[in-house]
Design a protein around this ligand. Structure first.
Ligand code: AMP
Length: 241
């Protein structure tokens, strides 16, 4: 399996082979060796569907020490759905890990359950910015031991108004951490994050800048906010494929 030659260890390669990952996608091929070195800040311009979750997830699983219960990695994503998806992917990649705890925290769900899970020890926390800030202010999450921060869909997070939260999180975590930023587009605000909080980041652009993935067909309909979910459901029912 070519993932082995990229430096991914056997038990993880076995897990992803089971998932049908036979060949790395272009972003995986290029970013995995860089991220595995554990010594670089990184900016990846990549669309959804390019395999970016595994591109950062596999190196993260290699670098985190499951025997140490301290929180070592933080993945920040704009929405609950994406956070849950990232967590599911990381769990599917790490079936051979016995002591690894990956905890997802996001708004709109019981904070007490999330607090309990974090307190049991989470080497990796996957979070939306708002709920993370809440848990930080309650001193439930301790970022002093963080070594890796992944900002996924950074442009979306800034669009959603999370700039201040992200600034605060990045400026209160240890100096010597690595920041890996993924974004589909590179507006000025995202560029500023990389300027302010990253040191000589290695930068990778997958495909055309600011272009949608060509395998994805974009359609939209305009509805009232309160009808969003039922409209989406109807849309999906109507086009099941
Ligand atoms: P992502 O861009 O991370 O959302 O990934 C898009 C989809 O591609 C997900 O369903 C992944 O499980 C799948 N995927 C990612 N990398 C590979 C790979 N190397 N081979 C096959 N499928 C992959």
């Amino acid at each position: 399996n070519p993932f082995s030659t990229l430096g991914i260890r056997h038990d993880i390669v076995n897990a992803i082979t089971e998932l049908g990952f036979e060949n790395p996608t272009p972003i995986q091929e290029q970013s995995i060796p860089v991220l595995l070195s554990g010594s670089n800040d990184f900016v990846g311009l990549a669309q959804t569907g390019t395999g970016k979750t595994a591109a950062f997830g596999l190196p993260l699983l290699e670098l985190v020490n499951e025997n140490n219960r301290a929180t070592q990695a933080l993945v920040i994503a704009p929405t609950r759905e994406l956070s849950v998806q990232i967590t599911n992917d990381l769990e599917r990649f790490s079936t051979s890990f016995k002591k690894l705890n990956i905890v997802t925290v996001y708004g709109g769900a019981s904070i007490r359950d999330q607090i309990m899970k974090v307190k049991r020890g989470a080497q990796i926390i996957v979070a939306t910015p708002g709920r993370l800030m809440d848990l930080l202010s309650r001193k439930v999450v301790d970022l002093s031991t963080i070594k890796y921060i992944v900002l996924d869909e950074a442009d979306e997070m800034l669009n959603m108004g999370f700039k201040e939260d992200i600034d605060e999180i990045l400026s209160t975590t240890p100096e010597e951490k690595n920041v890996w930023l993924f974004s589909a587009t590179m507006p000025r605000e995202v560029r500023e994050i990389s300027k302010n909080y990253m040191r000589n980041p290695q930068e990778l652009t997958m495909g055309e800048r600011n272009q949608g993935n060509e395998n994805i067909d974009h359609q939209y309909i305009v509805v009232d906010e309160r009808d969003k979910y039922s409209a989406l459901k109807r849309f999906v029912d109507y086009t099941p494929d």
